[in-house]
Design a protein around this ligand. Sequence first.
Ligand code: NAD
Ligand code: ZN
Ligand code: ZN
Length: 346
Amino acid sequence: MRALQLTAPGTLELREVPVPEIGPADLLLRVGAAGLCHSDSYVLSLPFSLRAEPLTLGHEIAGTVAAVGTDVTGRAVGERGVVYLCWSCGGCRECLRGNENVCLAAGRAAMPPCPGLGPDGGMAEYVRIPANSFVPIGELDFDAAAPLADAALTSYHAVRGARDQLHPGATAVAIGVGGLGHVAVQILKAVAEIRVIAVDIAPDKLELAADCGADLGLLAGEDTAARILELTEGRGAEAVFDFVGDDATARLAVRSVAPNGAYRMVGLGGGNPGIDAGPAGGPGLPWGATVRKSYGGTKSDLAAAVELARSDALRVVVERFDLADGPAALDRLDRGLIRGRAVLIP
Ligand code: NAD
Ligand code: ZN
Ligand code: ZN
């Protein structure tokens, strides 16, 4: 089969590889679509390899069951679904409480094995998955479904983690209207009676945000925090979701979040929010505000995102590419040219 593999730091190659063998608790999936995440670009930029042998990328996977492991019950060839990307143990106390995304077996790093980042992922014709990571999608298109596995899962989890702040009349800010952000805007509008302000450096991304239901779009600049304060009677937004995470956006989040508000770090840009333990007031983090580094989501968050998509409350905007054009799609993503999410079709 064809697979898009990371063969050396910074090198992505389309290669012919054997169709994976499956174990008794696994499924073989015929991939229908695989989403391209900014994290793939990050992995490609690492100066070291994640593992010794070539790694098939792709952690946003939708497809059809092509074979069922001998010990698996309740799954059948031909079923359509997406892959829950936290391949957690399922039995530890975090997993049992429904926090599979911070499974104890993953130690303090708390990132359970993820297809495309350790085990082979879905940018291939077939992928081996643990049977319990399969979540049915009904008749959803594969290209719209694949990004549910991360862009929607991660956004839904971050939003759910700020639910106490999202009361009617509240304001939420989404910084970065890319693959995750354009989904987050829709989720925010679907789950809460709130005003959503989108922030991006690109005017066309603000147009996308408006199409997704954002009430207002602001071009990121020196005055963005001041504009948000102006729009919120000087208080700030009850929730700020940063889907970029560089110095500028981290500082913007601190300066524009309201007292008792929620600042959620999702983007992995390595930025420094400059939070200190001094008294609140001025541009620093206000009293009562919480900061959470939000990783992925739980399996029930994924099921919820699938339901939103099935009920039409969430429509992922996709650009389709042939698997072989993966490197070109990644280049467009790096240059900020993708509208919504790029998906690869093997
Ligand atoms: P993307 O490239 O599709 O979108 C990024 C968006 O941010 C673009 O619209 C871009 O124009 C905008 N942007 C860039 N710099 C900006 C700035 N300074 N101010 C405002 N907007 C800016 O990326 P994506 O796939 O949506 O991923 C977003 C981030 O989330 C990445 O860092 C990715 O690694 C991370 N991520 C985190 C998790 C998690 O579990 N925490 C999961 C998936 C992705
Ligand atoms: Zn991702
Ligand atoms: Zn566990």
